[in-house]
Design a protein around this ligand. Structure first.
Ligand SMILES: Cc1cc2nc3c(=O)[nH]c(=O)nc-3n(C[C@H](O)[C@H](O)[C@H](O)COP(=O)(O)OP(=O)(O)OC[C@H]3O[C@@H](n4cnc5c(N)ncnc54)[C@H](O)[C@@H]3O)c2cc1C
Length: 439
């Protein structure tokens, strides 16, 4: 197993339960990949994923299997969008039809979207994204301009795409929009979000328990042979290592694959090279006392600021994540701003982010009561589900990409969230088990 993100760990677990002997190689010093909870001066900060949504059926089963059901915490007062100094609660549910965030004419446009969702329902399976390939024809922007309105695009669709995935609607396929809305609207009362008592890192830690997990082990290449297996070459610190395996799961981001497997043919290489990732930067600021606890997350439309994508208040999500006399605010840069400012020094970037927050929402300004401030950059945040990606996933599902005794796992295959990563990991394990049994 290469990569101890949730996809790799879920694959390793499935293989081990089936009796396989599994070694997990992870280049980082901790498991979890983009699911990682840090303790900063007594406050829990999520570096990557922050919530589980109620449509993550396989993740919730796994949570129960791992004995973590009692650790789940429901997140109250989920999200609002900022427009002209006003916060508009907006979440995928039927009450969204009443939002004053956009005018009545634009709400009629939204009802068109609900009709389109109903028509394409059979293609929208959050456990099989490739089935939506027939909807992978235009971007969200092109779709909204043709069938909805500019207002719906800029204030209803763009803010969550940017605030959750750090994407732009120009670089998102309408197939992804339909899948996300189908998942969000599956309950009339609206999507519910959850976390775990110790943060989502608790899921990664539980998933990692019991494996032969080698941290700090960076794989450099995987070459075919001897026989029908593979040889793995890597480095643990300065020490090179070589391992032989009957079968391999590669559960890294897609961008790492061409380097790990230099012998791939052009079609296989093109599949992985086509996947691109958004970027973001997190600024977590701890303060004395309490910030206004009005909502867990705030999305910032790009018309209000091209700079910040979202802010979250972790203590609304879970009051126990900070000492009683402290609060935390987390700011996230938009994908475009994170890419444009990647060379900017940490201190300068933090100042810019705080100045923008002060301009947009002065009540949340943490500067005068700051206890700590930490900046974390994420160069590969979420795989972009651009126009074309669903067609490529269809190709992948047909078996055209994976060589024998080798399987791939990751959110770029299963969907851009924990559930997609876990489902892809378990599928990769099943594929290898099938081959090992029949071989
Ligand atoms: C800022 C942010 C917020 C998010 N919010 C949410 C959310 O609220 N809810 C949600 O469901 N999802 C969220 N996500 C998405 C979710 O975190 C990911 O979809 C999921 O964690 C991806 O898991 P993965 O196993 O596919 O990849 P990764 O977690 O990236 O795992 C890949 C692993 O492979 C390792 N690796 C790479 N190359 C090598 C090598 N050569 N040798 C050895 N190891 C290697 C990496 O170190 C890493 O540990 C968020 C992501 C980000 C970045």
């Amino acid at each position: 197993m290469i990569g101890a993100g949730v996809a790799g760990l879920a694959a390793a677990r499935r293989l081990r339960l089936a009796g396989a002997e599994v070694t997990v190689l992870e280049r980082a010093s901790a498991p979890g990949g983009r699911v990682r909870t840090l303790l900063v001066e007594g406050c829990r900060v999520e570096l990557g994923a922050e919530f589980l949504a109620d449509f993550y059926s396989r993740t919730f089963e796994l949570v129960r299997e791992l004995g973590l059901a009692g650790e789940l915490r429901r997140i109250p007062r989920s999200a609002a969008t900022l427009r002209a100094d006003h916060l508009y609660p907006l979440w995928p549910n039927l009450a969204a039809a009443l939002t004053p965030l956009v005018g009545p004419r634009h709400k009629v446009a939204l009802s068109y979207l609900v009709g389109a969702l109903a028509r394409h329902r059979s293609r929208l399976d959050t456990h099989a994204f490739h089935k939506a390939y027939a909807l992978d024809d235009v971007s969200v922007t092109e779709y909204a301009r043709a069938h909805l309105s500019e207002e719906v695009l800029e204030y209803v669709l763009q803010p969550p795409l940017s605030g959750i995935f750090y994407w732009t609607p120009e670089r998102t396929s309408r197939a992804l929009l339909f899948l996300a809305l189908r998942a969000g609207l599956s309950r009339p009362a609206g999507m519910r979000l959850y976390t775990l008592r110790e943060g989502l890192g608790q899921l990664a830690t539980a998933l990692a328990t019991g494996h032969d997990l080698r941290l700090g082990a960076e794989v450099e290449t995987v070459t075919p042979g001897p026989g029908e297996g593979y040889t793995i070459h890597g480095r643990a610190g300065n020490t090179p290592f070589t391992l032989a395996a009957d079968a391999v799961v590669i559960a890294t981001t897609a961008s790492a694959v061409p380097r790990l497997l230099p012998w791939l043919d052009d079609r296989q290489r093109a599949f992985f090279s086509a996947v691109t990732y958004s970027m973001t930067t997190l600024l977590a600021v701890g303060v004395h006392g309490h910030l206004p606890r009005v909502t867990y997350g705030v999305f910032f439309p790009r018309r209000e600021t091209p700079f910040l994508a979202a802010a979250t208040l972790p203590t609304v999500k879970d009051p126990g994540c900070a000492p009683a006399d402290r609060d935390v605010i987390c700011l996230r840069l938009s994908g475009r701003a994170a890419a444009a400012l990647r060379e900017c020094a940490d201190d300068t970037l933090a100042c810019l982010m705080l100045a923008e927050l002060r301009r947009l929402a002065p009540d949340f300004d943490p500067v005068n009561r700051r206890v700590f401030q930490r900046l974390y950059r994420c160069a590969e945040a979420l795989p972009e589900f651009k126009v074309g990606h669903f067609h490529r996933l269809q190709d992948f599902a047909s078996g055209a990409i994976e060589p024998p005794a080798l399987a791939f796992a990751g959110d770029y295959l299963g969907g851009p969230f924990i559930e997609g990563a876990i489902v892809s990991g378990e599928r990769a394990a099943e594929r290898l088990l099938g081959q090992l049994r029949s071989g």
